[in-house]
Structure formats: structure tokens, C-alpha cells
Design a protein. Structure first.
Length: 55
């Protein structure tokens, strides 16, 4: 199994889009600026917004 980390420009919109496509939010969200989700088959992936220098 592979874990994907996907950089997005707008975290809220990206999460809404993923949920609309059948993803589910994980019960634990360990970081601000990162959302852990599961695809319909149960595989985890993260959506994140880059922060820090050069952003």
C-alpha cells in the first residue's frame, strides 16, 4: 500500500471535493494544515497546504 501526500491550494475546498468523491475523514487529525482521509477502499491519504519560507 502506498500513502499519498497531496499538496493543495485550499484545504477546505480540497477536503469537500474529496468527500464528495467518496473519501471519508480519519478519526484523528494530527496536524493543523493537514487532513487525513481514506479513499473508498480504505487507503489513507493526506491533503496539505505548504507553509513556511518560500510559500
Amino acid at each position: 500500500m502506498m500513502h499519498l501526500d497531496i499538496e493543495v491550494d485550499d484545504l477546505s475546498s480540497a477536503v469537500e471535493h474529496a468527500l464528495g468523491l467518496g473519501a471519508t475523514a480519519a478519526g484523528v487529525q494530527p496536524q493543523t494544515g493537514v487532513r487525513v482521509l481514506h479513499d473508498p477502499a480504505g487507503h489513507p491519504f493526506c491533503l496539505f497546504v505548504r507553509s513556511g519560507p518560500g510559500v
